[in-house]
Design a protein around this ligand. Structure first.
Ligand code: MG
Length: 158
């Protein structure tokens, strides 16, 4: 068994769709990034890559590569899982927290779990997602951005 940790931040801007945990969430602002800027998936990818000691999402999927412009981050999570499989690992379970003042994410948590679990080849029971505000403090509290933290446990398959 190995454990990994991931953290990511993206800026909230007008004129972008908000993609979080693999689903589109109605909101006045969206996250800015080279990909769809799904900050939760990016934190999960970094936790999984970290657990396998395979560097990070920026190393594996460079944001300078035209191939990844506007890419659906679900593809990056799928590729991360495949990379782990290629190195003899499977995903055990993941636990993540999204920090956002708005929108309220509670109603979307189950849909996110349903979207993410198959991309990691695990059941929804292995995907724990949580959301918190930061009590109006800091950049997330001022709604300048959204951050996400994730931990992942992986297991050797042989
Ligand atoms: Mg990112």
């Amino acid at each position: 068994m190995r454990i990994g940790f991931g953290y990511d931040v993206h800026r909230l801007v007008e004129g972008r769709e908000l993609w979080l945990g693999g689903i589109r969430i109605p909101h006045t602002h969206g996250l800015l990034g080279h990909s769809d800027a799904d900050v939760l998936i990016h934190a999960l990818c970094d936790a999984l890559l970290g657990a396998a000691n395979l560097r990070d999402i920026g190393y594996q999927f460079p944001d300078t590569a035209e191939e990844y412009r506007g890419i659906d981050s679900k593809i990056l999570l799928r590729r991360t899982t495949d990379l782990l499989h290629a190195h003899g690992y499977r995903v055990g379970n993941v636990d993540a927290t999204v920090c956002a003042e708005h929108p309220k994410l509670g109603p979307h948590i189950e849909s996110m779990k349903q979207a993410l679990a198959p991309l990691m080849d695990v059941g929804v029971d292995a995907v724990s997602l949580k959301a918190t505000t930061t009590e109006h403090l800091g950049f997330t509290g001022r709604e300048e951005g959204i951050s996400a933290y994730a931990v992942a446990l992986i297991e050797k398959t042989q």
